[in-house]
Design a protein around this ligand. Structure first.
Ligand SMILES: [Zn+2]
Length: 90
């Protein structure tokens, strides 16, 4: 069950606009946050794979560089997940 952020009336999942006051409910924001989170996690796994392969393949970026990128993406991924969970709780 979801509630309207504006007037706190109950809404079904299918409803994207509040019947009582006409406020748009979540939807868009949560969708984009989930989209960004999936892109970031894809990049994370990609960089993790490159990180594992980099000591063996000369053409790939250096191992230290990959560690930095991977940990940065991990951080972004966690922040993105946190924000999606916060949106869900509302
Ligand atoms: Zn409302």
């Amino acid at each position: 069950m979801e509630r309207c952020l504006d007037c706190n009336s109950l809404l079904t999942r299918a409803e994207t606009v509040c019947i009582e006051c006409g406020t748009k409910v979540g939807g868009d924001e949560r969708g984009s946050a989930g989209f960004v989170a999936s892109i970031v996690s894809t990049l994370f796994y990609l960089s993790a794979v490159i990180m594992c392969a980099s000591p063996f393949i000369d053409k790939l970026p250096s191992f230290v560089f990959c560690v930095l990128i991977t940990s940065a993406l991990l951080f972004v991924m966690r922040t993105a997940k946190d924000s999606t969970q916060k949106l869900r709780k509302k």
